[in-house]
Each structure stands twice: as structure tokens, then as C-alpha cells.
Design a protein around this ligand. Structure first.
Ligand code: MG
Length: 255
């Protein structure tokens, strides 16, 4: 129904555009208003879905039923619409470059361990750039290793952690690095990120692979690689995982 409404709305918008100075190129609406000198193609309509997504153009990586989009999930427990980390990490079967990744997670309600040993997991973008998942609610550790940090590179701007056992969300906007033929960095990776709706990174430059035992450095790699979810010995739960590839707005061909 919502899609039908948006289709009708779009149809009306196109007709209005033609009436009031727009035109169609190859069946696509193009505005005549372009003070910047750039004639843009019409952005496609996306149904954002319920709060927390998934939007209609997202690839759903876990909807609460199975981990068929992941390698290594055999030992993980699926129950009550969530997946609990056990035994080893999981790696997405698909590879991604620039992307928007949504993940909801909860550390154990019963607190055990301290510091890095308490509710530890992590999102490894491109299998090598870790955004730390940790129970950082009243749990001191090194700042560039707490929840929302780019591991051992950069702390989050603030600590937006909820209490142990409560569901939390990361919305990660990732810009993949680019390398030249000789492995030099043409463009570093960047991360913008919200933790429970709170900005914790704003276009933060990554300094390279997030090693635990050495300073970060870039290692040339493919333009698209899988996402890895870490198992660090703690039964962290996950639900509602989805991803969107990021594409720039398109410029219209010359009329
Ligand atoms: Mg971790």
C-alpha cells in the first residue's frame, strides 16, 4: 500500500514537473532547476520501513531466522529472533565497499568479567577495520577500546552505551579506502557512526587496519570485502542486521 501511494505520488510529481518546466530524459524526470549548473537525475524512492529498518533497498543480512548470509554461523544459537555469538566469528558471504550498515546488539544482562573481557565483540568492516562492541556501561577500559571506538585508533566522541542486556544499535556509514597500482593509499577509509542515535564518529579518518598488537597501517586490498562479526568469548546477542551499498546521486545525460 505504501509503495502504491509512493508510486502514485511519484507519477503526480512527474506530471507536475512537466507542466512547470521539467522534462523527461529516457523516461526519467529531470528538474529544470539547476542553479549549481548540474542537472541531476531524480533520486529513486526508498521505503524506509519501520524504525530501525530495513529500508526497501537494503540487503537483509539477518532477520532473526537464520545466518544463511554468513559463513561460520553453525555454532551460533538462533532463538527468539536473535543470534548469540558462540565458538567463532561469522563472515558475510557477500563483499561490500562504501556502505551503510545497521546492527543491533546486546551484551549479557548478567555481568561477568571486566574491561575488554565484558561483552566483547566487534564489527570488522572489510574484515580488518574493527568498530568495537563492548559493554561500556560503567566498565572502564582504554578509551580507544571502548564501545564505539575504532579499535586502538580512536575513541568514540561520547559513551552512548546502554545498560547490560539492553538492545543497542550502531548505524555505520563507511567509505572504503582506495589504493593505487603500487599499493599506495589514494584515499583513506572514513567512518561516520551513530550509537543508539548519538553521533560518535563524524567522517573519522581510519589510519589503517586495526591491529591489537601494533600501530595501525594500511595493507592494500580489494575494493569490496566481507563484513566480519567477532566472537571474543562473550555471548553477545545480535538482531536486525542490514546493509545498503552507497551510491552517489547521478548526473543526467545532456538533453
Ligand atoms: Mg572486539
Amino acid at each position: 500500500m505504501r509503495r502504491l501511494q509512493s508510486y502514485i505520488t511519484l507519477g503526480l510529481a512527474r506530471r507536475m514537473l512537466i507542466l512547470f518546466g521539467g522534462l523527461l530524459i529516457a523516461g526519467v524526470a529531470v528538474s529544470e532547476e539547476f542553479k549549481s549548473g548540474i542537472r541531476w537525475l531524480e533520486p529513486k524512492a526508498v521505503d524506509p520501513g519501520p524504525m530501525g529498518g530495513p529500508p526497501s533497498d537494503a540487503l537483509v543480512l539477518f532477520d532473526g531466522h537464520d545466518l544463511s548470509n554468513w559463513n561460520g554461523g553453525d555454532k551460533w544459537e538462533i532463538a527468539d529472533g536473535c543470534a548469540t555469538a558462540r565458538g567463532n566469528g561469522i563472515t558475510s558471504k557477500d563483499a561490500f565497499g562504501d556502505c551503510q550498515f545497521h546492527i543491533e546488539w546486546a551484551t549479557p544482562a548478567t555481568v561477568s568479567g571486566a574491561g575488554q573481557g565484558r561483552g566483547n565483540s566487534g564489527v570488522y568492516l572489510m574484515e580488518r577495520y574493527e568498530i568495537q562492541i563492548l559493554d561500556s556501561y560503567d566498565n572502564p577500559t582504554y578509551f580507544d577500546g571502548q564501545a564505539g571506538s575504532i579499535y586502538k585508533q580512536r575513541p568514540p566522541q561520547v559513551n552512548a552505551c546502554r545498560k547490560p542486556g539492553e538492545w543497542q544499535a550502531y548505524d555505520i556509514i563507511f567509505s572504503a579506502p582506495q589504493f593505487d597500482d603500487k599499493g599506495g593509499v589514494v584515499k583513506p577509509a572514513y567512518v561516520t557512526m551513530l550509537h543508539n542515535g548519538v553521533v560518535v564518529h563524524n567522517h573519522t579518518e581510519l589510519l589503517g587496519t586495526t591491529f591489537y598488537d601494533q600501530p595501525p597501517k594500511y595493507q592494500p586490498h580489494a575494493p569490496k570485502l566481507p563484513i566480519h562479526i567477532q566472537f571474543h568469548g562473550n555471548p553477545v546477542r545480535f538482531r536486525n542486521l542490514w546493509i545498503r551499498e552507497i551510491n552517489l546521486p547521478q548526473i543526467a545525460p545532456a538533453p
